[in-house]
Design a protein around this ligand. Structure first.
Ligand SMILES: Nc1ncnc2c1ncn2[C@@H]1O[C@H](COP(=O)(O)OP(=O)(O)OP(=O)(O)O)[C@@H](O)[C@H]1O
Ligand SMILES: O=P(O)(O)O[C@@H]1[C@H](O)[C@H](O)[C@@H](OP(=O)(O)O)[C@H](OP(=O)(O)O)[C@H]1O
Length: 286
């Protein structure tokens, strides 16, 4: 049985008259192909990536598994529409806290149309992309009580300065609910989610090591999802946190060159997370 996902934090979402992703109860995420070249580009990327023997297994695990494409009934009732069938990377969590971070200081590339470049340039300047090398496209987090849930709108997450981005990344791993802006985030889960041998920082560093060498792909406008389950972390004191890359509608061939745009954004994100781990109680005055 297909349904609209309960946990989607960014991107095109299914609503009245708007086509969006669907999920089933077997752990699949169905992303509708966009009608323009973004749809065919993303299919081409997944086909190439999933069959490329040069991608090491420890890197492949950061990407959703690709199960092909299929025509299914679109969420907007418009009839059969081609969808990517992907691993639903959220399905293993009961109450997933999710952050979508679009990586890179620029989301455009010279091969794109003038209109597209202009649109992206404006967005990159207005958000933290240009200044920080990434922008937080969306997030949701659960609290410890059943009623506690926070999903700020993108206006609140995308256009942050450096202190504001650090504060939001701290809120994301705090046990107290951050919706009340008077409450100072306690960063209580930082060492379990961001830190530790299997935590987010180690995963980002592993990804970075690959990006320092790989010249096969250039990932424009691609996001890193950070995923964890607060209850599980508080109960087991282990991480269970994962990072996953999503959105490959704007992947280009690397042609032997380093993807310095993605790599730069990734290094910047790593610096933020590292600083939170080294000074979790830092008081940010905003
Ligand atoms: N494989 C997946 N499993 C679970 N959730 C996913 C998966 N891929 C994407 N999502 C969810 O959907 C959101 C949007 O994904 P994605 O960026 O691929 O869509 P998009 O419509 O192309 O976005 P954009 O408007 O930024 O181009 C993500 O923030 C995440 O919440
Ligand atoms: O970050 P936001 O505010 O969610 O804005 C969207 C984001 O910039 C996407 O990357 C972009 O899709 P592309 O990268 O595929 O262009 C989309 O364009 P669209 O609405 O024209 O699809 C924007 O709406």
């Amino acid at each position: 049985m297909l349904k609209v996902p309960d946990h989607q934090v960014a991107g095109h979402q299914a609503s009245d008259g708007v086509i969006g992703p669907l999920v089933d109860d077997s752990g699949h995420f169905y992303k509708p192909l966009q009608n323009d070249e973004r749809g065919s580009n993303e299919v081409a990327f997944y086909k190439s990536f999933s069959s490329d023997a040069c991608i090491p297994a420890h890197i492949r695990r950061y990407f959703p598994i690709f199960y092909g494409t299929k025509d299914i009934e679109a969420s907007d009732g418009s009839g059969l529409h081609p969808h990517l069938i992907l691993e639903d990377v959220v399905s293993i969590y009961q109450k997933p806290s999710i952050m979508d971070i679009k990586i890179g200081s620029r989301t455009w590339y010279t091969q794109a149309s003038d209109d597209y470049i202009e649109k992206c340039l404006k967005k990159d300047r207005e958000t933290s992309s240009l200044s920080l090398g990434f922008r937080i496209s969306g997030l949701q987090m659960f609290g410890t009580k059943d009623s506690e849930f926070w999903k700020p709108g993108k206006k609140l997450t995308q256009s942050l300065n450096s202190d504001e981005a650090k504060l939001l990344l701290r809120k994301f791993v705090s046990s107290n609910m951050p919706a009340d802006s008077d409450v100072c985030p306690d960063s209580a889960l930082a060492s379990n989610v961001y830190g530790g041998p299997a935590g987010v920082l180690e995963q980002l560093l592993e990804l970075k090591a690959w990006f320092e060498n790989q010249t096969i792909y250039h990932f424009y406008s691609c996001s890193i999802l950070i995923l964890y389950d607060k209850e599980a972390v508080l109960k087991e004191r282990s991480s269970g946190a994962l990072i996953k890359l999503v959105d490959f509608a704007h992947v280009l061939e690397g042609r032997g060159a380093i993807d310095h745009n993605f790599l730069g954004g990734l290094c910047s994100l790593i610096k933020f997370i590292s600083e939170i781990l080294t000074s979790p109680k830092e008081d940010l005055h905003l």
